[in-house]
Design a protein around this ligand. Structure first.
Ligand code: HEC
Length: 162
């Protein structure tokens, strides 16, 4: 009888140890998934294409678009003096609670209506913003001309850097 209890106790202890061991391995692999570069591609690029390109896609025609292309958003959020920290935090703030008060693109709000709120993971938005800040974002064919027309004279000129 005693030996059965002993075997039971040993089994339980082993089970607990095994669970601990596997949860440790799991949290380690979660950690490596946070690495920014995967197969030479920035994780933020994929996340942006998945989460934002439903509306901010550069290949949608001028007439059919639901929102400004991401390159236009970048131009309004990044000037020559904007640090990456400022850029990332401004994008995060916007995505967490889009509002007319916070908007830097009132023309887009008038045209498309305010961006609908959707819950995103803060880390995903950080990766997306990090990618947008550091990389050239694909722009639609019509964009250059459109941008010159809307911002060529006055406010936008020379101030913003792509
Ligand atoms: C369902 C469509 C939709 C999706 C998905 C979407 N947006 Fe938007 N977004 C819009 C629209 C419409 C506007 C233009 C109106 C506005 O500024 O609110 C906009 C504007 C913006 C602006 C400029 C806000 C301003 O007015 O200053 C930022 C920044 C932005 N989006 C970031 C993102 C990011 C990052 C993602 C992906 C995580 C995303 N959006 C996904 C529709 C969308």
């Amino acid at each position: 009888m005693k030996s059965i209890i002993k075997i039971l106790i040993v089994t339980i202890v082993l089970l607990i140890l095994a669970t601990l061991f596997f949860s440790m391995i799991k949290s380690k692999s979660n950690y490596t998934a946070v690495a920014i570069i995967e197969n030479n591609e920035h994780l933020g690029k994929k996340l942006m294409e998945t989460h934002c390109y439903a509306c901010h896609n550069p290949t949608t025609s001028h007439e059919n678009r639901l929102a400004p292309p991401m390159v236009a958003v970048k131009k309004h959020y990044k000037s020559v003096n904007t640090s990456k920290e400022e850029f990332v935090s401004a994008l995060k703030k916007w995505v967490e609670a889009p509002s007319e008060k916070l908007s830097k693109m009132p023309g887009a709000v008038r045209k498309f209506g305010i961006m609908p709120y959707a819950p995103y993971k803060a880390e995903d938005i950080e990766l997306i913003a990090d990618y947008i800040f550091d990389n050239d974002i694909e722009q639609p064919e019509w964009f250059q001309e459109h941008y010159q027309q809307e911002h060529g004279k006055g406010m936008g000129k020379g101030k913003n850097k792509n």
